[in-house]
Design a protein around this ligand. Structure first.
Ligand code: PXP
Length: 252
């Protein structure tokens, strides 16, 4: 199981963060799509926040059209955003918590507190033919509730691990969480705060099918270019996963 390909989705929000710093026209997030895909990204992720602090509505339209792999749209569970997902019908939607005062998505969804709204949103996404994922802390309760609400996948929040990569507990929580989610029949994704340096132990968790990584790749791209930054990350994941990269390169 460990050698199965783990998907890498690149989150391109922070290209828009640079543009919005000047409220100008560049850099343009959609221009990253082809570069990421050429470098081996399996999908593109973008988060349209309610406050439009980075990605704008026009970016989402452009990205949805340009993607030749798959598009994972990250949104809060609000009427406006669910209606957008129904109209756009991306390959996947990841529902995330949003607080206006936060710098980034700080924790997982409150699955119990938001259950009725989440159930309605998940049913609407299913009816629209869109795969759904809930961004949650890797605890048993959130996982069981996500399954009961009918999500296709959960994305396990790796932020605690990323802040404390040398502590055993956060990594162990991700390992157990991934096992529980997979045995509950959920697809398992993970993300937040992952870098080339810390991705290995998470990439090595066999049940995790997909990683969503953004800030590190865009930051690294400033120095080595976007394609090289994606390749570097991909190589770190493959090495941890036990993929024979020479054999992969030789494959037809
Ligand atoms: N996954 C989800 C659900 C997120 O909200 C984010 C941050 O937008 C990421 C992954 C990527 O996190 P980072 O930018 O720290 O790699």
């Amino acid at each position: 199981m460990k050698t199965t390909h783990q998907r890498l989705y690149i989150n391109i929000d922070h290209i828009a963060t640079v543009r919005q710093a000047r409220r100008g026209a560049e850099p343009v997030p959609v221009e990253a799509v082809a570069l990421c895909e050429r470098a081996g990204a399996d999908g593109i992720t973008a988060h349209l926040r309610e406050d439009r602090r980075h990605i704008q509505d026009a970016d989402i339209e452009a990205i949805a059209t340009a993607v030749t792999t798959v598009f994972n749209l990250e949104i809060a569970c609000t009427p406006e955003m669910i209606a957008l997902a129904e109209r756009l019908r991306p390959y996947a939607v990841t529902l995330v918590p949003e607080r206006r005062e936060e710098v980034t998505t700080e924790g997982g969804l409150d699955v119990a507190g938001a259950a009725p709204r989440l159930a309605d949103a998940l049913a609407r996404l299913r009816a629209a033919g869109v795969r759904s994922s809930l961004f949650i802390a890797p605890d048993r309760d959130s996982i069981a509730r996500s399954r009961d609400l009918g999500a296709d996948a959960v994305e396990l929040h790796t932020g605690t691990y990323a802040h404390h990569p040398h502590d055993a507990a956060p990594l162990q929580a991700l390992r157990y969480g991934a096992q529980h989610a997979a045995s509950a029949g959920l697809a398992v994704h993970a993300g937040h705060g992952l870098t080339t340096a810390n991705v290995g132990p998470v990439a090595a968790i066999p049940e995790i099918e997909e990683l969503n990584i953004g800030h590190h790749v865009i930051g690294r791209a400033i120095f080595i270019g976007l394609e090289a930054a994606v390749r570097e990350l991909r190589a770190a994941m493959d090495a941890a996963r036990g993929v024979d990269m020479d054999a992969a390169r030789r494959a037809p």
